[in-house]
Design a protein around this ligand. Sequence first.
Ligand code: FE2
Length: 443
Amino acid sequence: MDKPVYYAATETGEKVFQVAAPGLKFGPGALAEVGGDARDMGMKRVALITDANVGATESAVVVMESLNKAGLDVAVYDQSRVEPTDSSFLQAARFAGEGNFDGYISLGGGSAIDTAKVANLLACYPDDLMAYVNAPIGAAKPVPGPVKPHIACPTTCGTGSETTQVAVFDLVAQQVKTGISSKFLRPVLAVVDATTIDSLPPGIVAATGFDVLTHAIESYTAKPYTARPRPGSPAAPGPRPPYQGANPFSDMGSLKAIKLGGRYLVRAVRARTDTEARDGLMLAATLAGMSFGNAGVHIPHAMSYSVAGLNHTYRAPGYEKVDPMVPHGISVVLNAPAAFRFTGPVAPERHLEAALALGAEADARKMGGGEAGGAGEALATRLIAMMKETGLAPGLAEIGYGEADIPALVKGAYAQQRLLAQAPCPVSEDDLASLYRAAMKYW
Ligand SMILES: [Fe+2]
């Protein structure tokens, strides 16, 4: 819990926060119970949504055996795209539409889980994909009601998609990442079994692990929920948004996830045999997912959408088997040090606590030439050290961006107002240009 001052009440501000989360099963062996879980939910005919690589792993065998043992009729869809696109979502939706399923099991990274969310949605309530996509890119039509139950089984330690109500994809024609957000898209149950990540290459552990860390740090440093106008008031006539801002519940998960990430991320990348580290990172991913799913993320994620959307030539270590692209976690963390240097002075105590949880030097406050700048600087410095230790690119220039790309990068990021609104301070287009410039090369 935080010092109450961060949540100071105001006359017109929000006074209520709410917590939405799926059921959770966590631990080695959990995956083998998924058939019974599905049957208990009343599923009879299920779609198993995965991708070709994960579909060929031992985890897929475990899930299939469990579903078969439970007497379920299973149809496998293994064509989810890593970093899904509008067309890959629509292909999965066609499969779902024809299958008459009464439940969905997703097995894979955030991509497979998000694909299952959208396939389930479009099979239940057929419409154009863009109808449901967040404004201003799509029409932001509300999802009409509950969809079929979805059990999400992550096989990476990153996205937290198993706990969230969001599905993200690459809208190819507009070269931008966008998504659909609805409480009805949240999986009913998350089955998190760390044995699924035993065979992940180090590059994928690094990319997804840094996604975890930035989820947690962004949630922790997000604008407090009390800073929003109260829902139903003239200033906020609509309902309470899913991304409410930092709150005492999200703080607990975020801070614990930052600590676990600081302790285990580098170890998990370096040694495939370090199961303690990979278990710890998987727990961090789940806690961070439950936190940012209620609190929201801000500048590094808003900036990541165009970093990933405009570049289809980068080949990250560990992602050799898929088409060139910037993995989500890399597109996020490359912006993070610049963003936290920018937000640090606005909420120095929060940034200092995050820096210390991540393992920054005990005198972190003194960095950056003074108290106000020191916290953001300490956080950025510790993150950069971890990026170096795990072999990440030293900045956006390394993955192919330069000064000439900044206007297009800014345009994509500025469109993500839903996320930028969670930042602890206003963010202008000029600010974004400066942040991209600062993110070009850290070392
Ligand atoms: Fe993320």
